[in-house]
Each structure stands twice: as structure tokens, then as C-alpha cells.
Design a protein around this ligand. Structure first.
Ligand SMILES: [Zn+2]
Length: 240
């Protein structure tokens, strides 16, 4: 009886967890042969500004940044971190986190804004959440749940590192697919566009809006977030 109860408890915790993970599709199978044949051009740099939840250790942030850096280096893409700022996860739901990010302007010299959020037991028990997400308004802002319970990490096919890498691909405009081929094309394309922009004096790694529309400046990105962001900027100007 005790064993059965324990088993039941196990499934009560694990089943929603499996549902969460199945909600996160894959970017596709890596294709090493194709990857070797593609010329990704001269090295480029993308700047990730980081928001660190107080509950997340700096060592974990360093580890996740390193995982992204290593992944992007395959494409001759360097990752710079202009700053890491303290941040508090604004609410329980993913929409709360996205609303917080949407209300923050993408400021110079940031190309992307990535938040590393802490987790609570509710994230794993309720089963209504995912482990990371990138908005599709500009694909410049996203978050990763950076610290998981060790049991969850142990039983998962994923890890905070793999989620951080997954979300970094979305921040570069890659979508879910069967293979990574379309993603390689996207990386090559966006790097070439960035190089052209920088040559013309525009030092910004473009955002990618809905329907793959390019957002060539931080102003264009900020305008996409509309009145909510304008209200934040206005209230910041009033208070400082
Ligand atoms: Zn995804």
C-alpha cells in the first residue's frame, strides 16, 4: 500500500512534467555533414543583455551563457554580454514574464534581452508552463527557467543548458522543424544582413518580427511593443 501511494505520488508529479516538456518541440535534428559544408561568413557578434533573477546563482548564469556561447561559435557567431542586471521574476505565469520583458525597452548596446528566471515547485506541479520562451513580436526578448529541481533535471531529456541553447536559436529567428537545415540557412542569412547593416553604420543585430519581417533598429523593435512600452518609458522619465 505504501509503495502504491509512493508510486501514485511519483506519477502525480511526473505526468504534468512530461506534458510540459512535450509542449516544447525540437528545432530539428542537427546535420553535421550539411553544417560542415556551409560557409557562415566572417565572424559576427550578437550582444545579449541579461536579467538575472535573485534566486539564480551567478555560477548558473555563467554556465548557461557558456553553453550558448559554445553553440553559437559553430556558426562564427560571438556572444557578448554588455551587462547582467538583478531582476525579480514578476509573476508565476509565463505571460507575466513576457509582459515584464515587453515593457522593458531594448536599450543600447543590447541586441537581445534574455532573462534567467528562478523556479518554484508550482512550475513543476501545475504542468501549465514551459521551460523557456521567446516572444514572436521581435524575437529579441526571452527567458529561460535557469534552475530546476535536481530530480526534475535527472528525469528529463532536457537541462537548463539545453533550454538556454534552444531559446537562443529562437532569438536568432530559427523555428521548430524536423531537421536544422532551415535554421542553418536562417543563421547564414541573418549574419549576412547584420554584416551589411554594420558596414552601413547601423550597429544592431536585427530583430525578426512576425512573418519574418526584419526590425533593423532598436527603435523599430521598441515601437513594435507599442503603448505598454511607451507608458514604461514615460513613467521612467518621470521618476528619474
Ligand atoms: Zn522552441
Amino acid at each position: 500500500m505504501t509503495v502504491n501511494l509512493r508510486t501514485m505520488r511519483f506519477y502525480i508529479i511526473i505526468i504534468p512534467f512530461i506534458i510540459i516538456l512535450s509542449g516544447c518541440s525540437t528545432l530539428g535534428l542537427p546535420q553535421q555533414d550539411k553544417l560542415k559544408q556551409i560557409d557562415f561568413g566572417a565572424p559576427e557578434t550578437i550582444r545579449f543583455c541579461i536579467l538575472k533573477d535573485d534566486r539564480v546563482a551567478q555560477a548558473k548564469v555563467d554556465e548557461l551563457i557558456e553553453a550558448i556561447r559554445l553553440e553559437l561559435s559553430q556558426y562564427a557567431l560571438n556572444m557578448d554580454i554588455p551587462w547582467v542586471r538583478p531582476w525579480k521574476r514578476p509573476g508565476f505565469w509565463i505571460k507575466d514574464i513576457h509582459a515584464d520583458l515587453a515593457a522593458r525597452p531594448l536599450e543600447e548596446p543590447c541586441d537581445r534581452l534574455l532573462a534567467f528566471a528562478g523556479t518554484s515547485a508550482g512550475d513543476f506541479i501545475l504542468g501549465a508552463q514551459t521551460y523557456g520562451s521567446v516572444e514572436t513580436t521581435s524575437r529579441t526578448k526571452g527567458f529561460v527557467f535557469a534552475e530546476w529541481y535536481s530530480l526534475v533535471e535527472l528525469l528529463s531529456f532536457y537541462s537548463p543548458q539545453s533550454v538556454a541553447v534552444h531559446e537562443s536559436y529562437h532569438l536568432l529567428g530559427c523555428k521548430h522543424g524536423v531537421t536544422m537545415e532551415a535554421c542553418y540557412d536562417q543563421l547564414k542569412r541573418i549574419k549576412a544582413i547584420t554584416a551589411k547593416q554594420r558596414k552601413a553604420g547601423n550597429d544592431f543585430f536585427p530583430g525578426i518580427g512576425e512573418d519574418d519581417q526584419l526590425l533593423l533598429s532598436r527603435d523599430e523593435v521598441n515601437n513594435k511593443f507599442g503603448s505598454r512600452l511607451r507608458a514604461t518609458i514615460k513613467s521612467n522619465q518621470q521618476t528619474h
